[in-house]
Design a protein around this ligand. Structure first.
Ligand code: ASP
Length: 363
């Protein structure tokens, strides 16, 4: 374990945290850090709880104002990118966030914090991870409880994310996700629970770091070499449906999608176990592949990898692979959709799609 100590953070935790006056520095001495606001619960309040519900109300400056003393830790450069629930974000909003991150990294910031709704955060983080080729960390954060909640977690998550950005040990690992005192790779993280504060977990690999008493304790660095792809042109609107399969699924949804008015750019199957379909669903999928649409199968179990050479029954993964379907390996169905979108935008042929999934899914 390695702890990146930063005395500036000692005792700085959450809303209204205090630091001694002697520790404050001239703004010009402070490390520059960029903060982009994209809405989400971290920026929401519900002034009349229960009446109207929580809606976005804080911009990037408002997020920093939740912890006033943060201003004496870093010199912040802010951008308001979006103010919405994260399911309403578009890929173009994320590309705007990427532009902001690039521009700021080129001007010398230590790293970039992006405050985002937790619902789609893992997808956005993985999307930018595929496009980020610089050593400065992009750290996604959010909150499970709003600004008006007694158990508000946003301020601590902002503090922890700034710490993460400033920690030397966090450089060069691509895009990270920081909530509830844990730091995860975008490549491994999943929202595992709809309400827990520590919802973001890496079920297969664990966090890369934990933050304790103002220190970022780095546990490991990925052996996996990051793949960086060309940034898609805007407007970027890939059409890649994810179909969950399971008991009694004969492939009717799949057939309807493939025969619909708009042909999907690719299809992801969130399949049972280590990547298994019913025999009839497998036949439908094979027909779609034969017509030229890439079909990827991931496990819908929530963790683990697809198999490649264990089951040879109809609908088993060996047969699917023989029919041209591509296993997602350790990638989730949601990650597979993101990766396929970028590959399609990069005009990848089927061999290149396979290579990319072998690399990213680690099979
Ligand atoms: N419930 C969400 C959140 O945690 C809302 C969103 O994702 O924007 O931020």
């Amino acid at each position: 374990m390695r702890a990146d100590g930063d005395a500036a953070f000692a005792g700085l935790s959450g809303r209204g945290a205090r630091r001694s006056a002697s520790a404050s520095k001239d703004l010009t001495d402070l490390p520059p850090v960029a903060v982009g606001a994209l809405g989400g619960t971290i920026a929401m309040s519900a002034p009349r709880q229960g009446a109207t519900g929580a809606v976005p109300s804080l911009d990037a400056e408002g997020l920093l104002d939740m912890v006033p003393r943060l201003r004496s830790v870093a010199d912040f450069r802010v951008r308001n990118i979006s103010a919405t629930g994260s399911a309403s974000l578009s890929f173009d909003d994320l590309l705007n966030a990427l532009d902001f991150a690039k521009e700021q990294a080129e001007s010398g910031v230590a790293g970039i914090v992006l405050a985002h709704g937790t619902d789609t955060l893992e997808e956005s983080a993985y999307f930018l991870d595929l496009l980020w080729d610089r050593p400065e960390p992009i750290v996604f954060t959010g909150a499970m409880n709003t600004e008006s909640s007694i158990t508000q977690d946003g301020p601590q998550n902002i503090v922890d994310s700034v710490q993460t950005v400033l920690a030397n040990s966090m450089r060069g690992m691509g895009v990270l996700v920081c909530l509830a005192g844990q730091v995860h790779l975008a490549h491994t993280v999943v929202k595992t629970n709809s309400t827990d504060l520590a919802t973001f977990q890496s079920p297969d690999w664990g966090p890369v770091a934990r933050i304790v008493e103002g220190n970022v304790h780095a546990a490991w660095r990925p052996a996996h070499r990051r793949m960086v792809l060309a940034t898609p042109e805007r407007p970027y609107k890939p059409y890649i449906p994810v179909v969950e399969t399971g008991l009694g699924n004969e492939g009717r949804t799949l057939a309807a999608l493939a025969g619909g008015d708009t042909t999907p750019d690719a299809i992801v199957l969130a399949a049972s176990g280590a990547g298994h379909l019913s025999s009839s669903c497998a036949d439908v999928a094979a027909g779609i592949v034969a017509d030229g649409t890439p079909v990827v199968f991931a496990t819908h179990t929530g963790s683990g990898s697809t198999f490649r050479r264990t089951y040879g029954y109809a609908g088993g993964e060996m047969v699917l692979i023989r029919k041209g379907l591509i296993p997602a390996g350790f990638l989730t169905a949601r990650q597979s959709r993101i990766l396929l979108g970028v590959l399609v935008a990069n005009h990848a042929d089927i061999a290149a799609v396979k290579r990319a999934f072998r690399h990213e899914g680690q099979w």
